[in-house]
Design a protein around this ligand. Structure first.
Ligand code: C5P
Length: 224
């Protein structure tokens, strides 16, 4: 069977990661969470007090950052490691969500992450989700999905996810964060969030998780 690259882009908290993870398991593909990479860089910059306006420091810091993904022993789901340490839980915290879009707008950060993402997808058989996967990272991806959903539905889903990680965050705070990130992500100069011209739009507002997964898998099998 032919192996393809499946690119899933869209706004924050539309269900990209959860859908992509499930689709990857069904297809036997590797799932890569590109947002986790930007979150890990944000965590490193935070821990090492890297100034977001000092290009020299940014370049130096990027050279010291090693991001890898390893499956959880129990669940088998890939988790994010920063310089050998599991940071999966830490990078999902609100202080990271509040700063990640500023960090991901930095051209040097994007160049470093995009280069790694391209390498990870070289052999195909990958599902990667993010903001610029279908437009910049894999413009030749065989299948591109652009996900969107109502802001209140997105915020509710994100709130539930955070609760599972034992973080109780006010819905209003989440809505503001999603709006702010969408704005920065869509208006930044370097590879802004855009629907690729050949992407299929998937609105998940009224879809259950199972329906989202089915929809993407059905589209994928037509390309394999
Ligand atoms: O996907 P997630 O919401 O975890 O992504 C966190 C942030 O990382 C986004 O808000 C965006 O600023 C950045 N990002 C990006 N390009 C990607 C993936 C994520 O700029 N391909």
């Amino acid at each position: 069977m032919k192996k393809i690259v499946l690119a899933i882009d869209g706004y924050s908290a539309c269900g990209k990661s959860t859908t992509a993870k499930a689709v990857a398991i069904i297809l036997g593909y590797t799932y890569i969470d590109s947002g986790a990479m930007y979150r890990a860089v944000t965590l490193y910059f935070h821990q090492h007090h890297v100034s977001l306006t000092n290009k020299k420091d940014i370049i130096k810091a990027l050279a010291n950052i090693d991001i890898t993904f390893h499956p959880n022993e129990k669940t088998g789901v890939a988790e994010t490691f920063l310089n050998g340490l599991n940071v999966e839980n830490e990078i999902r915290k609100m202080y990271i969500s509040e700063n990640v879009s500023q960090v991901s707008s930095i051209v040097e950060v994007r160049e470093a992450m995009v280069a790694q993402q391209k390498k990870l997808g070289k052999k195909k058989g990958v599902v990667m989700d993010g903001r610029d996967i279908g437009t910049v990272v894999f413009p030749d991806a065989e299948l591109k999905i652009f996900m969107q959903a109502d802001i209140y539905v997105r915020a509710g889903r994100r709130q539930a996810e955070l609760l599972e990680r034992e973080q109780l965050i006010d819905l209003g705070v989440i809505i503001e964060n999603l709006k702010k990130r969408d704005h920065i992500d869509s208006t930044r100069e370097v590879s802004p969030l855009r629907k690729a011209t050949d992407a299929v739009t998937l609105d998940t507002t009224f879809l259950t998780f199972e329906e989202q997964v089915d929809e993407v898998v059905s589209l994928a099998v037509t390309k394999i």
